[in-house]
Design a protein around this ligand. Structure first.
Ligand SMILES: O=C(O)CCC(=O)C(=O)O
Ligand SMILES: [Fe+2]
Length: 273
């Protein structure tokens, strides 16, 4: 099954047709994902974030460890136990209150530019999401829902060792939705679970039992993944939290994939920690 055939592509600048709405409803039940046209995020802006982030991830570990929001290789855990073989720099900001952190200035500047552009997309996206899900629940507009950490992830297969298959093991995010932008195009190892292929409910068992489909990064598109908070809010008959994982390039049939991988995730309505 091809991602582009089962994950509808939504253009937020247009009024949604009833057929787009029904295919988005189906995709949110089966995968917890849809795609959104967003060249304003994927072109220059995110490339500049990735370029600055790459420079940051290459500085000595002693410097990175002193930077607010940095998590080192294997220090973040999935479900409190499985280490994730990635490094992350997380930029935390609530929509109303601006707290700048001590990121390197080039990275901070490019992240802020991207957030500024994302801010223009936020209302159209959530309006569309409410239409698709026929929801009267506020999905944004309260301080707890408007908290939006942004993480830039860096994966390096040279550090993975031969026994580890995944850059990121199967998990769901705890957000309302996560906007995911990737640095390279085409197959970059991202896979999502087809939730109709399992009756399991937790991400670990889903990871072990479900079929997964590969989701290539397409030019000018981002993906929007439902998080567990959205599933809780609206019920799992309407929307399922997306269970996703990232296969390492050495484990992917397409050997052209670079050994380094960068991605950027905006966790909308994630709970404040
Ligand atoms: O790197 C990716 O494509 C996925 C990242 C992810 O799942 C996360 O940061 O929660
Ligand atoms: Fe995730």
């Amino acid at each position: 099954m091809m991602a582009k055939d089962c994950l509808p592509l939504i253009d937020l600048t247009r009024k949604q047709t009833s057929s787009t709405i029904s295919s988005a409803q189906a995709a949110l039940r089966q995968f917890g994902v849809f795609r959104v046209v967003a060249p304003q995020l994927t072109r220059g802006l995110s490339q500049s974030v990735f370029q600055n982030a790459r420079e940051f991830f290459n500085v000595p570990i002693e410097v990175k460890e002193k930077t607010n929001g940095y998590s080192g290789f294997d220090t973040e855990l999935i479900r409190g136990k499985t280490p994730i073989p990635k490094e992350t720099i997380c930029y935390k900001k609530s929509v109303e209150n601006y707290h700048s952190r001590s990121l390197p200035s080039g990275l901070q500047y490019s992240v802020e530019e991207l957030q500024h552009e994302w801010a223009n997309m936020r209302s159209p996206l959530f309006d569309t999401l409410s239409t698709i899900l026929d929801s009267t629940e506020p999905l944004i507009g309260t301080p707890s829902l408007d908290y939006e950490p942004l993480g830039v992830n860096f994966y390096d297969s040279d550090r993975l060792g031969s026994d580890r298959v995944f850059f990121s093991p199967a998990h769901m995010d705890s957000s309302i939705v996560t906007i995911l932008i990737r640095a390279t195009e085409e197959r970059d190892g991202l896979e999502i679970a087809d939730l109709s292929t399992t009756d399991k409910l937790d991400s670990e068992s889903i990871g072990l039992t479900a079929s997964f489909i590969s989701v290539p990064a397409m030019p000018d598109e981002v993906i929007v993944m439902a998080g567990s908070r959205l599933q809780r809010l609206l019920g799992k008959s309407k929307v399922r939290a997306c269970v996703h994982r990232v296969r390492s390039p050495t484990q992917t049939s397409n050997r052209c994939i670079a050994n380094e991988r960068l991605s950027l995730a905006i966790f909308c309505g994630s709970s404040m920690k």
